[in-house]
Design a protein. Structure first.
Length: 294
């Protein structure tokens, strides 16, 4: 099976249309490159549900804040293309910034409500950048099944809502978080971690796993599900952005004084050194992260 690389949106769209004309379905995996096993598992999931797999590789400048890591974000295109080929990907879209953001572009896509908590206040403009680029990518791909990892749970919910509200002919599907052997959620940013920082970061999945066990044992008090996670991460030396309980669908806040229902999102954003890591579990739905220390 040949791998076809497209740099222009029109060429990528034409290739996807050719698949559909033959009666096929496109499984689409949007990425920012620096592909790891988590991305490739998404490709496998797309392969299982579609006739042809397409991947986009584009480091999107509009979702990075002024003090974030756009300039140093890992870019490994040749290795990424080899990884795609090894997993049976047929089409890769690798546009330039100029292709995706024409000169003097003035249009942005904003999803309200879902972006007001969690990472939203910590990363102003981030989800507007995400929604804008994913809308462009969906238009380039056309009708398809799009696979996104649940590690970026808020992003998944934003994209689901955008696709629904704007009537995109795209089925958005989340895929379970892929973890390394020590429990750490796979991320392109893990390469920034020193051995000591990585060991500290392992406390994130460990704390989430403990919360899953408490929930399974019958604990429903929000404070007793959230509080021990925050305490453990602070004790480990991580600098916290947030540890929050939220409704798993609308991402509405769950206060410590409340009791949770049958499902609840428990989400973490924390810094190990200068590297920002996110992770989550949906209590009542997800298993405890495997490989995490007790």
């Amino acid at each position: 099976m040949s791998l076809h690389v497209h740099q222009r949106a029109a060429d990528f769209h034409a290739a996807c249309e050719a698949v559909r004309r033959r009666g096929g379905r496109i499984g689409f995996v949007p990425t920012m490159g620096a592909l790891h096993e988590g991305h490739l598992k998404l490709c496998d999931a797309a392969r299982a549900r579609a006739n042809s797999v397409a991947v986009s590789i584009f480091v999107n400048p509009t979702q990075f804040g002024p003090n974030e890591d756009f300039a140093r974000y890992p870019r490994t295109l040749e290795r990424d293309l080899e990884a795609c080929k090894s997993r049976g990907v047929e089409h890769v879209f690798t546009p330039s910034v100029e292709e995706m953001y024409p000169k003097n572009d003035r249009t942005r896509v904003r999803v309200e409500g879902l972006t007001e908590g969690l990472c939203g206040p910590k990363r102003p403009g981030h989800f507007e950048g995400v929604a804008t680029i994913v809308a462009k990518l969906f238009l380039a791909a056309g009708p398809c099944l799009a696979i996104f990892g649940r590690k970026d749970y808020q992003q998944l919910k934003v994209i689901e809502r955008m696709a629904r509200d704007l009537l995109f002919p795209v089925t958005v599907q989340g895929h379970a978080t892929i973890r390394e052997a020590d429990g750490l959620a796979l991320s392109s940013r893990n390469v920034y971690l020193s051995p000591e920082q990585r060991n500290t970061a392992r406390q994130i999945p460990a704390a989430l796993a403990a919360a899953v066990r408490r929930f399974a044992a019958g604990e429903r008090r929000a404070a007793e599900l959230r509080g021990p996670v925050e305490a453990r991460l602070r004790e480990a030396g991580l600098r916290l952005d947030y540890v929050e309980l939220r409704g798993p669908d609308e991402l509405d806040a769950i206060e410590d004084s409340a009791e949770v229902g049958e499902r609840a999102l428990l989400a973490v954003a924390a810094f190990a050194g200068s590297t920002r890591l996110i992770d989550n579990v949906v209590l009542g739905e997800d298993p405890a992260p495997e490989g995490a220390p007790e």
